[in-house]
Unconditional design. Structure first.
Length: 53
């Protein structure tokens, strides 16, 4: 929806899908993956950077 409303471009959409969604899925589904604090910080910084700058 954000892409259709011209809030983000196609490159940003793909980056969100390929990088951020992948990490979210690893953490959101049952498993042993537990990201460290630095990984979480980078994840949040990436999302903020892509959506709010």
């Amino acid at each position: 929806l954000a892409c259709k409303l011209k809030q983000i471009d196609k490159t940003t959409k793909e980056e969100l899908k390929n990088t951020c969604l992948d990490l979210r899925n690893k953490c959101g589904h049952p498993g042993k993956y537990k990201p460290k604090g630095q990984k979480i910080k980078a994840f949040v910084e990436d999302i903020i950077g892509m959506l709010y700058t």
